[in-house]
Ligand binder design. Structure first.
Ligand SMILES: C[N+](C)(C)CCCC[C@H](N)C(=O)O
Ligand SMILES: O=C(O)CCC(=O)C(=O)O
Ligand SMILES: [Fe+2]
Length: 421
């Protein structure tokens, strides 16, 4: 019974959520509806785009560029971009959506080569640019990625020979920053070389990209294996691949590492593209991908050392996907910080362990591991929603400084430079 109800929870949006097992199978939707009472308009303009519009009873159907799209009428009224409905200076809606009749239907329409004009019952006319409609259709979004990426294993990343940014240029030239961010968005990691080996310079280099996300570890942190905090990061032990701050409701988006000093052996950094491995699971066992994307898992940070009393809890699936296109956008993977699982019935929990094992097997394949030795001067930015990090055990004095960044601000900087983020 419990299992049944959980299954129902997972499926209750089924009409909308495409089963994940069908993800990445391109949508081919052929609609051949020719009812008599359907208002019908054939766009016959010779070139360059052939497009067909139908005002059906339920919605507007637009065929454009090989895609059949549907727009609900209340949606169309809500998205009127006229001056009285929308403030184009601030890009904010003026229209009070609550005043729109939910079963609204246009009383008249007209088209020209580029636009559709709808007249509403109160006489208000809305103009829709056809390519704007095409760009904003659900069917279009469902087929496209929010974020273009290159997923990698060690060979793919190494042979891409992604250039490092250079500190001087990075600080003064927007083109260098843009190239850096473009690489960061594509691969989920990026380096800046030639940075002075101080906490201050590390802060300066990160401030060029984003605001710093302050956490209970502070703003900039600079740590050694001194056991000063209740976490194994503050030891000399090896750490298996993981993402950080899985115990936050919103895990930190980006982590910055700068090794200021190491006199000893070992201590290399391990990087693994979690999206590559998740993609392998999707390809091989889609139902495992689905379980990892649906079963909520708790992570927890409990620290009780004299000055530091912290208790953090974050809940969410291991794989986070956008429901309309099943694109993965965040992976939460930290076996050290994973808390007691008590929100999942026993039969589903068993299947979840099997799925988690498959993901772990993928993540641990040696060909997926990129090992780097961080050196003073070389600052590493890691997409903590995508790329796992770990470290080899070490000897001697090793000092690592860095910080977390607020994801929104990193993406904001990227967009301001014209990148898709
Ligand atoms: C980076 N810094 C040393 C400040 C904190 C490390 C946090 C480690 C924690 N187990 C986690 O994975 O979130
Ligand atoms: O010491 C390192 O290289 C990294 C440790 C770690 O995982 C962290 O600080 O988040
Ligand atoms: Fe970590």
């Amino acid at each position: 019974q419990q299992a049944m109800s959980l299954a129902r929870v997972f499926c209750h949006l089924h009409g909308y959520l495409q089963p994940i097992s069908n993800a990445q199978i391109p949508l081919v939707s052929v609609l051949t509806r020719t009812q008599n009472n359907v208002k019908h308009w054939q766009h016959t303009a010779p070139q360059p785009t052939s497009c067909r519009l139908q005002l059906q009873e339920e919605c507007l159907e637009l065929s454009y560029g090989g895609l059949v799209m549907h727009f609900d009428y209340v949606w169309l009224r809500d998205h009127c971009r006229s001056a009285s409905c929308y403030n184009s200076k601030t890009n904010q809606r003026n229209l009070d959506t609550a005043n729109v009749e939910l079963n609204i239907h246009p009383t008249n329409y007209r088209v020209d080569d580029e636009n559709l004009f709808l007249t509403w019952p109160d006489g208000h006319v809305t103009r829709y640019n056809l390519s704007w409609l095409a760009q904003n259709s659900y069917e279009g979004q469902k087929q496209s990625a929010m974020q273009p990426r290159i997923v990698w294993n060690s060979d793919i990343y190494t042979s891409a020979k992604v250039p490092f940014a250079n500190w001087d240029k990075f600080m003064t030239c927007d083109e260098e920053l843009k190239n850096f961010l473009s690489n960061f968005l594509l691969y989920g990691i990026a380096f800046v070389e030639g940075v002075p080996s101080t906490v201050e310079a590390t802060e300066t280099v990160t401030r060029r990209v984003s605001l710093i996300r302050e956490t209970m570890y502070g703003k900039m942190w600079n740590f050694t294996s001194d056991f000063s905090r209740g976490d194994t990061a503050y030891t000399k032990l090896a750490l298996d691949r993981h993402t950080d701050t899985t115990y936050f409701q919103e895990p930190c988006g980006i982590q910055v590492f700068h090794c200021l000093r190491h006199e000893g052996t070992g201590g290399r950094t391990l990087l693994v593209d979690g999206f590559y491995s998740a993609g392998q699971v999707l390809k091989k066992t889609p139902e495992h991908f689905e379980l990892l994307a649906r079963v909520p898992i708790k992570h927890e940070y409990i620290e009780k050392v004299s000055k530091h009393q912290n208790h953090m809890i974050g809940i969410g699936p291991v794989l986070n996907v956008y429901p309309w296109n099943n694109e993965i956008y965040m992976i939460r993977y930290n076996n050290y910080d994973r808390a007691v699982i008590n929100t999942v019935p026993h039969d589903i929990v068993k299947r979840w362990y099997v799925a988690h094992r498959e993901l772990t097997t993928e993540l641990r394949k040696p060909e997926n591991e990129l090992w780097v030795k961080l050196k003073p001067g070389k600052v590493l930015f890691i997409d903590n929603w995508r790329v796992m990090h770990g470290r080899e055990s070490f000897t001697g004095l090793r000092q690592l400084c860095g910080c977390y960044l607020t994801r929104d601000d990193v993406l904001n900087t990227a967009r301001s430079l014209g990148l898709q983020a």
